[in-house]
Write a protein that binds this ligand. Sequence first.
Ligand code: SF4
Ligand code: SF4
Length: 203
Amino acid sequence: MRLPAILQPRVLREALASLFSKPFTTRFPDEPFTPDEAFRGRPRFVEEGCVACGACAQVCPPKCIEVIDDLDPRRPTRTLIQHLDACIWCGQCERHCPTGAGIELTTEWEFLGVRPEDFEERVQKELLLCEVCGGPVAPTDQLRWLYRRLGPIAFANPTLLLVALRDLGTLDASVKSASAEVQRADRLRMQCPKCRRSTSYVA
Ligand code: SF4
Ligand code: SF4
């Protein structure tokens, strides 16, 4: 005759062993729960490490990171908003961040909220605009990060050279042609790639 499951030796052994061993379950919510260090919890932007390049938004599978460029010439900015309610905790943003320090998956796992903003994570950076057409060039921090990383070869690129000279304080104002037309002298103005190409070919 087949014994009931509870009386089978293997099950009895396990039942007795678990009576005298530490429980595997946690005591949450009576005691706070601290997950393992490798746990993939809430992603958080790191203000100092993020250069607002937007790479994380491109690799995010559910597209839960928004990139918003505000081209107001008085205060142009790029804002990145991560919508936690759409996040799948995959860690691709952290893995592909070029600086390696712009976003990190924390071990935070418990969060409550009632408004959409309660599930948002934001970072905002200054955006450089083209001095010819007013379009976006790139976030200033991204260009700084690039010239520091490239070293002397960065100075082959006029945009990186201009940002470096401005940071050094050796370029108070950009050279600007007197003409209403875009001239070769305008190459020493901050330009988007499209305008830079057109000024490169002006006679
Ligand atoms: S620096 Fe990293 S975190 Fe910041 S926008 Fe780029 S990829 Fe995203
Ligand atoms: S963890 Fe994955 S889903 Fe969440 S923001 Fe990063 S890339 Fe997107």
